[in-house]
Every structure is written in structure tokens, then in C-alpha cells.
Design a protein around this ligand. Structure first.
Ligand SMILES: NC(=O)NC(NC(N)=O)C(=O)[O-]
Ligand SMILES: [Zn+2]
Ligand SMILES: [Zn+2]
Length: 450
């Protein structure tokens, strides 16, 4: 138990902007925020540093149990903590069997409580296989329900056809749960892939051409329609194009309950980087041209994006090695670098205000998923924060995720995370980690069901 820790002299990143404020922590919670607070039993000098709310990463794949060799709670949460994260929401795949029932949820939760360094929530799957399990999953405390609108890559987690998605949204709505969609059209991606394979195509550009922006737009439009009709809350994960964000934002303005996520890789890398780096940057939806990336940045800077989640999804080298780009497993290792990308490419390069960095990485996801204790540096909230030296420039070389392959390796960023605190305890400090065993399982705060 932490007793009375005083964080002194830091620049707190508050919703109104950075302010020089001290912060007092008792028993893991923030109990006082103000100027020149009286001494604490322990003091932590944050002079010259920025204090960000701990990152709440709404989109990670830690794959435990079943594919822990791809990525697991131990290494995955080290990477997250080193990047300033204190909370994450884990996807129902690629753990195996995937989280489609209460039992699978409970098994994964038990493993996480044992091995995770950080607090976490668990997504449950929404597939044609488990429509009859959704009520139980909701009661068991899933953070939301996740559906794929195209093939997930795993037959054990089939894509949601239209009726499945529609009915899943009706159930989610009854429980006040958010439905997240991987929005790419199954029709488009499957047919374009079949055609490319029939012609013997194997290259990077060939793969990129099988998932053009229209495939994302079509699926986003359909997901918005279903959310509109059912009244369900929709979370569009990993939107890769400015056009898709604009379409979703239009829906939001019409009253659809939708939140919009993009990922650091769409903001930092382009299709040219996929040609340069290969397997490390294969993902779906794929990386886009610099023109499309420019549109995405414009949408983000206009305030149309709610959440930046890492979609951290590594795989072992054997699955990431092939001359045929189509054969490679998709997924990018990015658990550690969300804040780095938002600070370098957003704040330093494009004047994205620091409070917007904090909103995209912490406050907005916490609010969207009912994590009332998370995402803000205010009295009553959990004392989850990262101390960042905003102007320190460094090549990202000390990476803590499962595999060496990481597209951010060696990239120079400004804004180094020095320490990360979870509920008043240091979980990461200058390359050192606390022992796991303190993590909590988070459930969404109950909303009114109507
Ligand atoms: N099975 C996965 O890990 N999928 C993920 N992979 C990507 N994005 O390439 C995802 O979020 O769709
Ligand atoms: Zn996805
Ligand atoms: Zn994902």
C-alpha cells in the first residue's frame, strides 16, 4: 500500500492544457491537486517533466492463453508500461480458444491477474458461433463486444455476417455495451484476394491492392447503419483513412453513438514504408499512401478522432517470414510507442496540443468504456500517470515486447517516458519493472439499459 506520495513540480497535462501543479496520492488514488502542496511522506521530483495520465490502450492482442508465444501478458504489459500505459483492453483473439464464452473470459482474466503488470479489461467476441453467449459475456463483465466484418485470419473467430452484427448490436444495446468492429468488407477483400491469388500475385503492392480504402468505407457505412437502427454504441477500431473518419464523424453528427479509433502506425508509416520494411508492417486495413495519411491527420487535427489505440499484435518470426507477402501473418508491434508517435508526429511535428494527446490516449478511451477511475489526473481518480521528458530526443531501441521485429525499432522520437505509475506504485522506472500481481480486472461502469 502506498501512503502519501507527493509528486512535486511537474507539468500536469490537464484537459485545459499543461499546468505546473503538484499531485498527492494516498492508497493509490489522487487525493489533492494544487500549487505548492504541503510535504508528503515520500516525494517524487517531477521538475522539468510532463505528467500524462497513464495511457489507456483500448486495442491490444496479448493472445494468452493459447498463443502466448506470439505475445503474452508478461512481455506485452512490460512494453505497454514502458510506453506510459497503465490500462489496456485485450482483444478476444488471438488467444485460443478465443473469448466467446463466460468460461473463456474467466480463464483469461485469471491469467491476466497473475501475470499482467497493468489493470485491464477484456473484450468478448461477437461471431455467428456465440450469439447465444452474449448475455452471459455481458454479465461476466466484458468491456465490450468485438466483431470482424472480414475474415479475421482465424477460423475459430469467424466474421460477423450482417444478421449476426445486427443482432449482436441489439443485445449489446440492452446491456449498455459498446460493439467494436474491424470494418473491412468481406466481399471486397475476399474477392480481390481470390483474383490476385488466381493471377499468382505475391508482392507487397499486390497485397495492398486487395484492401483499398473503398473496402473500409463500405464496411464503416454498414456498421453505422446498424448502429443507427439498433441504437447500439459502436466503436470503429483502427480506421486507416481520412475518408473513413469523415464518414464516421458525419454519422456521429447525425446522432449515431459512435467512437472513432485510429492507430499510431497509420499516423507514422505509409505504404512506401511497407515496401521498405516488409513483414513488420503488414496489417489490415493496410498502411496507406501519404495522401491518405495526410487526410487522416487532417481529420485527427480537426478533432474527429476519439481514440488512438496501438492494435499491438505480434507473431513469431516463423509466421512473419515468407517470400509471398500474402502468406505473412498480419499485425504490428506497437504497444510501447503510442505516446511516442502522438508526441513526435502529433505534438512536435503538427502542434497537436498536449491535452489532445492525453485525450486520445487516455481520457477518451476511459470514458468510452466506462472506466471511471482511469484516464484523468483529478481528485478521486486512480493515480495512474507517466512522467515524460518532452524534449528528450532518443532512438527507440529498448523494446520490451515479445519479438525483435518491431517497425519502430531505431526510430527517433522526442518525448521519452521515464517512469510509469499505476495506482501510486511505480510499474516502470528507467528500464526496470515491478513484479506482476497487482493488476485489477476492470469492468465497464453500468450504464442505464433502456
Ligand atoms: N488477428 C489479429 O490480430 N488481427 C489484427 N491484425 C491486424 N490489424 O492486421 C486486427 O486487429 O485485425
Ligand atoms: Zn482488426
Ligand atoms: Zn486488432
Amino acid at each position: 500500500m502506498s501512503v502519501d506520495l507527493l509528486l512535486r513540480g511537474g507539468m500536469l497535462v490537464t484537459p485545459g492544457g499543461p499546468r505546473r501543479l503538484d499531485l498527492r496520492v494516498q492508497d493509490g488514488q489522487i487525493v489533492e491537486v494544487g500549487e505548492e502542496l504541503s510535504a508528503g511522506v515520500q516525494e517524487l521530483d517531477a521538475t522539468g517533466l510532463h505528467v500524462f495520465p497513464g495511457v489507456v490502450d483500448a486495442h491490444v492482442h496479448l493472445n494468452e492463453p493459447g498463443r502466448t508465444d506470439w505475445e503474452g501478458f508478461e512481455t506485452g504489459t512490460r512494453a505497454l508500461a514502458a510506453g506510459g500505459a497503465t490500462t489496456f483492453l485485450d482483444m478476444p483473439l488471438n488467444s485460443s480458444p478465443p473469448v466467446l464464452t463466460r468460461q473463456r473470459l474467466e480463464e483469461k482474466a485469471a491469467l491476466g491477474l497473475q501475470k499482467s503488470l497493468l489493470d485491464f479489461g477484456l473484450w468478448g467476441g461477437l461471431t455467428p458461433l456465440n450469439l447465444d453467449q452474449l448475455d452471459e459475456l455481458a454479465q461476466a463483465g466484458v468491456i465490450g463486444l468485438k466483431a470482424f466484418m472480414s475474415h479475421s485470419g482465424l477460423d475459430e473467430f469467424p466474421a460477423a455476417d450482417d444478421l449476426t452484427l445486427y443482432q449482436g448490436m441489439q443485445t449489446a444495446r440492452r446491456h449498455g455495451l459498446v460493439v467494436a468492429t474491424h470494418a473491412e468488407s468481406n466481399e471486397f477483400t475476399r474477392r480481390l484476394t481470390e483474383l490476385a491469388r488466381a493471377e499468382g500475385k505475391t508482392g507487397v503492392r499486390d497485397y495492398l491492392a486487395t484492401r483499398p480504402v473503398i473496402t473500409e468505407l463500405e464496411a464503416v457505412q454498414r456498421a453505422l447503419l446498424f448502429a443507427h437502427e439498433t441504437g447500439a454504441a459502436l466503436h470503429l477500431v483502427h480506421l486507416s483513412s481520412g475518408e473513413a473518419v469523415a464518414l464516421a464523424f458525419e454519422g456521429k453528427q447525425k446522432g449515431i453513438d459512435v467512437s472513432i479509433e485510429t492507430c499510431p502506425h497509420y499516423l507514422h508509416f505509409t505504404d512506401a514504408d511497407v515496401e521498405r520494411l516488409g513483414a513488420a508492417l503488414k496489417c489490415a486495413p493496410p498502411l496507406r499512401s501519404s495522401a491518405v495519411q495526410g487526410d487522416l491527420w487532417r481529420e485527427l487535427l480537426a478533432g474527429h478522432v476519439d481514440v488512438v489505440g496501438s492494435d499491438h499484435s505480434p507473431a513469431p518470426p516463423g509466421l512473419k517470414t515468407s517470400k509471398d507477402f500474402f502468406q505473412l501473418w498480419g499485425g504490428i508491434s506497437g504497444a510501447q510507442s503510442t505516446l511516442n508517435v502522438l508526441l513526435e508526429d502529433g505534438h512536435h511535428a503538427r502542434r497537436l496540443p498536449l491535452e489532445v494527446v492525453a485525450a486520445l490516449s487516455a481520457l477518451n478511451p476511459a470514458q468510452r468504456f466506462g472506466l471511471t477511475q482511469k484516464g484523468r489526473l483529478e481528485v478521486g481518480a486512480d493515480a495512474d500517470f507517466a512522467l515524460v521528458n518532452l524534449h528528450e530526443s532518443f532512438p527507440l531501441t529498448d523494446l520490451y515486447d515479445r519479438w525483435a521485429q518491431n517497425p519502430y525499432r531505431g526510430v527517433t522520437f522526442r518525448g521519452r517516458v521515464q517512469v510509469t505509475y499505476l495506482r501510486g506504485q511505480a510499474v516502470y522506472q528507467h528500464g526496470q519493472f515491478a513484479a506482476p500481481g497487482q493488476a485489477r480486472l476492470l469492468r465497464p461502469a453500468q450504464k442505464e439499459s433502456t
